[in-house]
Design a protein around this ligand. Sequence first.
Ligand code: ATP
Length: 327
Amino acid sequence: MSKSSLFCQRQLLHYLADGHFYSGQWLAEQLGISRTAVANYLNELKLHGLEIYSVKGRGYKLAHAIELLDANKIKKIQAAGSAQILVQHITDSTNCQLLQRLQAGQGMHSGTVIVAEAQTAGRGRRGRLWYSPYGTNLYFSCYWRLEQGAQAAMGLSLVIGLAVCRLLQQRYQLDAKVKWPNDIYINEKKLAGILVELSGQLDAACDVVIGIGLNVGMPAQSNEHIEQPFTDLRTASTQQIDRNNLIVQLQSYLVSILQEFNTTGFSPFISEFNQHDLYANRQVYLMAKTPIFGICRGVDHQGGIIIETTQSTEIYYGGELSLRAGE
Ligand code: ATP
């Protein structure tokens, strides 16, 4: 997108953000562009999932007031010495953006974050898509140097989930659960997904990109894009959510748990994980080559899932496994 288009879209959103009606004529005058250009810019944002109503005689209005991501505001509320948070408008995937920086040899401090208003190719595991509509959720990726090497990645994915649970509990009084190994649930519905990607040599210390997609306010038609129950903070919380604050809080909770993890490894987190385990002591099945049916008995010191079947109790590791509720 050209710089001037980006500028015009941001300016239009700046006016519309309060959720009130603005006529096309008035918006066009403010920006010094035609009404057709206003309509085109807003249609493009609509295609990126932003809910905009247009009503004849009244103009345009957002379905909900929004707070745009604001790099300056974010910087002001970050604690001194925090790693940088870069804000993008529309991107392919914030994980891809960080991975590209790593591949280009751009040095970064652990804790550096990229966030975007929308993703065109947000990713889940195994090529699945993460629905990433504009201006309303968090699409957040964080760089981390994993000193213990790739074998610690399993535990890492779980402590990231715990960072999100701590944040939601301590700042928003929400009881979030982790579905091993990488999803966050509230009231049995998916609130957030975590995608950990490793880069560089895997036998020694390696570079990790941690992607977190967290739903703050999903548009009304989102179920056309997602084939499982999901929720958002607007539904789960009575508090007004300020995304700029949430981003700064998430970076800080994440960095502090990852520092803890770097020194202690996963073992001290086992009991905390078990308290937040969505499937604790419930019947589950593990989608592996041969599905395994049993009762979920928590995790071991490396973050592997413990499943008790009628024959034995086994521990399973690996990012390619998916857990589901049993009958
Ligand atoms: P598992 O990780 O256990 O295999 P999963 O099916 O949830 O489970 P993920 O890769 O974690 O897979 O996430 C991708 C899936 O999440 C998508 O296939 C879709 O069902 C769902 N999804 C996509 N976007 C969103 C969103 N914004 N909010 C909630 N769920 C979403």
